[in-house]
Design a protein around this ligand. Structure first.
Ligand code: CA
Length: 308
């Protein structure tokens, strides 16, 4: 791989997360979790528009299929339907609650979420962090179909993150960040059933620095994994457990990745400043920005929208 280019495409955010390339509109959606913001980048113009929600932290945002201007978002412990056309900045975007989770838990919040090939949402929660302390085993991974009854799929987890599906659509990859492992499950796209959890990559054993965070998959079936406090994105072969590539990002807290662009050949990378000390913020002037990485020689796949 020739050296890829890494460019900044946004201002600095606190906890930039959840990049989702919307193929229909050729725009990148992402969130700033702590400030309850949904953001949309138009790569043609470089303009980012923002909608703020007033229902708590926002873990993820995904367009609703066939309903332009409607998005599903994980806000605090609620799944909400957001109305926003993405064209203008909105201070208090209209929302309606679709479902609630974690009623049996104390302080938790929605974290990463993705939609599978059947239009089913998979999204997880985590205990509310205190600085760099993550309360253990407070989160769960849920699936949600258009019946809007969340089904608890994996529990407990500490920081539910990083979802992707294999090219054959028979394996679901998943991350719980704190154990520093990437898991594989046998997966049935029709029923949504997952089984046979196993470790496909162990960062400790591979001597990889940081916590695995967001993740995506390329057309060769390799995983691209953001390394929180690792300052990089790695490409991993989940069959062999080998690291194929490491792409340095000029921000230590790399949070998530998504392929985008008309040919799905650029990688959007979100990062965070949350938890950083003043000196670190000065040393890393681009920490918290969204980056675009070009020249990776890899391509991604179309991201699914939520079927409501
Ligand atoms: Ca994440």
């Amino acid at each position: 791989m020739a050296k890829p280019s890494v460019e900044v495409v946004s201002q600095r955010y606190i906890l930039g997360e959840g990049p989702h390339w919307d193929h229909n509109t050729q725009k990148l959606y992402f969130v700033d979790i702590m400030t309850s913001k949904i953001c949309r980048l138009d790569p043609e113009t470089g303009v980012i528009t923002t909608a703020t929600l007033d229902c708590g932290t926002v873990g993820f945002v995904i367009p609703v299929e066939g309903m332009p201007g409607k998005l599903v978002a994980g806000a605090d412990k609620s799944l909400v339907l957001v109305t926003w056309d993405g064209e203008t900045n909105v201070e208090k975007a209209p929302t309606s609650v679709l479902a609630n989770v974690d009623a049996d838990r104390g302080e938790t919040r929605w974290n990463d979420g993705k939609v599978d090939s059947s239009g089913r949402l998979w999204a997880g929660t985590m205990g509310v962090e205190q600085g760099d302390y993550f309360p253990p085993n407070q989160g769960s991974l849920y699936s949600v179909t258009n019946s809007l009854t969340p089904k608890k799929e994996v529990s407990p987890v500490t920081i539910s993150n990083g979802l992707a599906w294999s090219l054959q659509n028979d394996t679901m990859y998943y991350i719980d960040s704190v154990p520093r492992q990437i898991y594989g499950f046998d997966y049935d796209s029709k029923t949504g059933a997952i089984s046979n959890k196993r470790v496909v990559f162990d960062l400790e054993k591979a001597s990889v620095k940081g916590l695995p965070d967001g993740m995506t998959i390329d057309t060769d079936g390799n995983l691209w994994v953001a390394l929180f406090t690792g300052g990089a994105v790695i490409q991993v072969n989940p069959q062999t457990g080998k690291v194929l590539n490491t792409v340095a990002i000029p921000a230590e807290r790399v949070t998530s990745v998504a392929f985008g662009g008309p040919n799905f050949d650029v990688l959007y990378v979100t990062t965070a400043t949350v938890g950083m000390k003043e000196a670190e913020l000065q040393e890393q002037p681009h920490a918290g920005c969204v980056f675009v990485v070009k020249g990776l020689g890899a391509r991604g796949l179309k991201a699914n929208s939520f079927k409501l």
